[in-house]
Write a protein that binds this ligand. Structure first.
Ligand SMILES: [Fe+2]
Ligand SMILES: [Fe+2]
Length: 172
């Protein structure tokens, strides 16, 4: 099977609002959507290499960081897995999502879960490379500024910071 054919496995997920909105969320200083699709690509190739179920791997890869802001470094896998389960994903997909932060979270318990844990790490390196490459022509910083505006987490954070500043300045 060719890589582009693996997209048939995730076609129904690509238009989910929670997936689409990741284009405007920041992750490793780039759009989270880029991280997710890069994870899908690595998950596809690793699933072939490690003889894991490709469908499970690529679906888990696309969804593994949804709502990650609601958790911490160690708990967000569980949050994304619970969200995927509520959307009707297979238990195998959810289990892989839950342990993707290994060794910071639970240990993967299936071939597919190992594929995702590795694919996520490989994708994260690619994210950093993308950011560094874009620093040369200023694209990265411009994008980062845009994402800070559109990512609700950053909007809240900067509002909180403003409030703190206001409070320390004006409270007697
Ligand atoms: Fe993650
Ligand atoms: Fe990730």
């Amino acid at each position: 099977m060719e890589y582009h054919a693996a997209f048939d496995y995730i076609r129904d997920l690509l238009n989910l609002p929670e997936v689409v909105e990741t284009r405007h969320h920041m992750h490793h200083s780039i759009p989270k959507h880029d991280h997710l699709t890069r994870s899908v690509r690595h998950a596809y190739y690793l699933s072939r290499l490690l003889r894991a179920d490709t469908r499970t791997c690529v679906r888990a890869a696309l969804l593994h960081d949804i709502n990650s802001r609601a958790g911490t470094l160690t708990t967000h896998g569980y949050i994304a897995a619970r969200w995927a389960a509520a959307k009707g994903e297979d238990p195998a997909v959810c289990a892989a999502i839950e342990s993707h932060m290994y060794p910071l979270g639970p240990t993967p318990t299936s071939r597919e879960a190992w594929v995702l844990a590795l694919a996520d790490k490989a994708a994260s390196l690619g994210d950093i490379k993308q950011f560094l490459a874009g620093l040369i022509d200023g694209r990265s910083l411009e994008e980062r500024r845009r994402l800070k505006e559109t990512d609700p987490y950053y909007r809240h954070r900067s509002r909180r910071r403003l409030f703190r500043r206001w409070r320390t300045r004006y409270t007697p």
